[in-house]
Design a protein around this ligand. Sequence first.
Ligand SMILES: Cc1cc2nc3c(=O)[nH]c(=O)nc-3n(C[C@H](O)[C@H](O)[C@H](O)COP(=O)(O)O)c2cc1C
Length: 175
Amino acid sequence: MDSSDFSAFLASRSSVRDFDGAPVNEEDIRYILSCAKTAPSAGNLEAWDVVIVHDEETKSLLAEAAFGQGHIERAPVIFAVCSNYVRSMSRYGERGILYGLEDATIACTYLMLAAHARNLRSCWTGAFNDEDVREILMLPQHIRPISLLAVGRGSLPAQHPLRMDIGEHVHHETW
Ligand SMILES: Cc1cc2nc3c(=O)[nH]c(=O)nc-3n(C[C@H](O)[C@H](O)[C@H](O)COP(=O)(O)O)c2cc1C
């Protein structure tokens, strides 16, 4: 892949919330996880974990926890990506909270892009009640859910959402 292929790959991804009901197979899931394994992490501690959810009832509960977002129920699989604070804080103390959030966010980005590489669609979902998700997925206290990544098959939208001009983000030398 050259750099223009890489740009085209990134530009072709969009969030998809309508899934066509086709399943995501085990090979796809193994591929997506193997990509996430390559993600960088603070001190290489990999302070992230993921709960893979296929169960219809659990997805329905997660959709409720995500304030009724229907794509959580419609997706054949949800990757509930979590930060593992014990892993990062055991070495980095308070700073490990930030590193744990960053590790999980990067891992989720890799999962999302790996799904796209597999011609699967996804929607990163961050709006949910943490405590409800914790209870539904039986997460221990040191595990914080970061994202419910809904993955399935479907059509990409005809138009991608507009972005800010890159100049609005970039500062040179100092702010
Ligand atoms: C941290 C984060 C939280 C998000 N939460 C939600 C969400 O709760 N529900 C949703 O439908 N989309 C959610 N999204 C998806 C964004 O709406 C989407 O990425 C953004 O509008 C840009 O569109 P694109 O992904 O198609 O490029 C979230 C994305 C991120 C990165």
